[in-house]
Design a binder for this molecule. Structure first.
Ligand code: SF4
Ligand code: SF4
Length: 281
């Protein structure tokens, strides 16, 4: 089993799994029956021994409670990190109302997470068939989350593996953007390790401030980044309003990093270059 096999197996599952389509039982409204949740995932394959994981134990990053890949699985060789982009239908639906999540987004958040768990278990079962052991940390009984942190952070793991960098809104910007869900598996299988196309934590974020304007409760600012408490308070309100679902995601739609790695418009760069000698890097 190699990197390409994992990618191909995943594409098949995304297309054929019933969990990736909203069922009649789950649909909030009739027209959402059959809605597809995710497009094909993208992957980054990190070494279980990457020093980047050890750095996550620093108090200024996650802290000592972060569990290293080899602490989850002593024989681990690879960390498989993946991003599942939401379909256009889900993303477009959440662009309309400026404050409250669309029904499509609520499905993406809740039924999407259920799919992600099924997808992770499926990949593990394929690894087992080939004789490899694996752990999905967030499904493991040792997994713990605290106030705004946990002992395995999909976003930080994605950054270390090479999937993307943080944005101002604290989501991960990947080559397929930010609107979607992240997952990961720690495995004994040895795979080709992905190149990291960045060095800085916020390298893919242009600090354009679009997410600042999009947040309905002002939880993001260019000066201070994201206020997790304010964000969480809004999510709590949506938990009441949309029980048994919740969500927001306004900072992930109608922003330059929604579907791609944002770049400054070359025409703007040229115009600035013409009037200034200030380097743009
Ligand atoms: S909207 Fe702009 S500032 Fe916010 S995360 Fe995306 S690129 Fe960064
Ligand atoms: S999820 Fe909503 S409340 Fe939280 S930061 Fe994004 S836009 Fe703001």
């Amino acid at each position: 089993m190699n990197n390409l096999d994992i990618i191909e197996i995943s594409k098949e599952f995304i297309q054929s799994s019933e969990y990736n389509y909203i069922s009649k039982n789950d649909a909030i409204t009739e027209e959402l029956v059959g809605m597809k949740i995710f497009d094909n995932p993208i992957f980054a394959f990190g070494s279980a021994e990457d020093n980047g994981f050890t750095l996550l134990k620093a108090p200024s990053v996650i802290g000592e409670h972060f569990i290293l890949p080899k602490e989850w699985l002593p024989e681990a060789n690879t960390v498989i990190s993946y991003f599942l982009p939401f379909t256009d239908e889900i993303i477009k639906s959440n662009r309309i109302d400026k404050h409250w999540p669309s029904n499509g987004w609520l499905h993406g958040r809740i039924e999407g997470q259920k799919f992600l768990m099924e997808f992770s278990k499926y990949l593990c079962s394929k690894l087992v068939e080939e004789g490899y052991d694996s752990v999905v940390p967030i499904l493991d009984k040792r997994f713990k989350s605290f106030d705004f942190t946990s002992n395995w952070s999909e976003r930080h793991v994605a950054f270390v593996c090479g999937l993307g960098t943080f944005g101002l809104s604290k989501g991960i910007i990947t080559e397929k953007g930010m609107a979607g869900r992240l997952g990961s598996i720690v495995a004994t299988l040895k795979l080709d390790i992905s190149d990291k196309n960045y060095t800085d934590v916020y390298e893919y974020c242009t600090m354009c401030g679009a997410c600042v304007k999009k947040c309905p409760v002002g939880a993001i600012s260019l000066e201070k980044g994201k206020n997790h408490k304010m964000c969480s308070e809004l999510l709590d309100i949506t938990k009441e309003k949309y029980k048994p679902r919740y969500g927001c995601g306004k900072c992930q739609v109608s922003v330059p990093c929604e579907r791609r790695i944002p770049k400054l418009d070359p025409k703007i760069i040229q115009a600035i270059d013409e009037v200034s000698n200030i380097p743009l890097v």
